[in-house]
Write a new protein. Structure first.
Length: 212
């Protein structure tokens, strides 16, 4: 029973950390941009490695904190990140709906305009317009997609998880997220308005309460 719960917990954490990869792949698919196997592996391995580092860091920090305090820290990190992800989903929907607004605003400092465009339309990561994501582009994309994994992994590990199980689940679900995202994006994105970003927020809030 405990082993089953551990596996289910690892699966939920991995699914949550792979939501952004699914969202980006969905966008690529809708724009007919391919993600080759090598690029998919780069994204998957990078995201899983970052998640693993965060899990080990959280596990180490857990040993330094009183158990009750570690649990509440875990709850706070995951709950706050969940709320942020929910707001993130709403913001992306607004930017996509009113995409013509930000095109009229010009910022040159720190390439803010480009960052805003990438945030609303991650498919423009295809910098060379080759209609597929190269290994170099995949590496850059993987870094941005894995940032949430730092907080998710650290927060989850504070109250105890099976690190190897989570990493294995992350490898599996990230590959599934990328492949299914591309397929679904290509087939239904032009017919259905779908923004999965909020799902990650809901799952994070659920995990936060499970930590208690």
């Amino acid at each position: 029973m405990i082993a089953l719960f551990s596996v289910m917990q690892a699966a939920v954490i991995a699914i949550t950390s792979s939501i952004d990869a699914f969202s980006a792949s969905f966008a690529y698919g809708s724009s007919r941009i391919k993600i080759p196997i090598l690029s998919s592996l780069i994204i998957t391995i990078t995201c899983s490695l970052v998640l693993g580092v965060a899990l080990f860091a959280g596990t180490y920090a857990r040993q330094l904190l009183p158990e009750a305090l570690a649990i509440w820290f875990s709850f706070a990190i995951l709950f706050i990140l969940g709320i942020i992800k929910l707001l993130d989903g709403i913001t992306k929907s607004i930017i996509r709906k009113y995409s013509d607004i930000h095109k009229q605003i010009k910022f040159s400092m720190f390439n803010f305009k480009f960052i805003l465009s990438l945030y609303a339309n991650p498919e423009i990561a295809d910098v060379d317009s080759s209609r597929h994501i190269s290994p170099g582009e995949a590496a850059a994309l993987a870094i941005s997609l894995s940032l949430d994994g730092l907080a998710i992994g650290f927060g989850a590990a504070l109250s105890g998880v099976n690190i190897l199980t989570v990493i294995a689940a992350s490898l599996i679900f990230n590959m599934i997220a990328i492949s299914t995202g591309c397929i679904l994006g290509e087939r239904i994105a032009r017919k259905v308005s779908f923004n999965p970003s909020w799902i990650g927020g809901v799952l994070l809030i659920l995990i936060a309460f499970l930590r208690l």
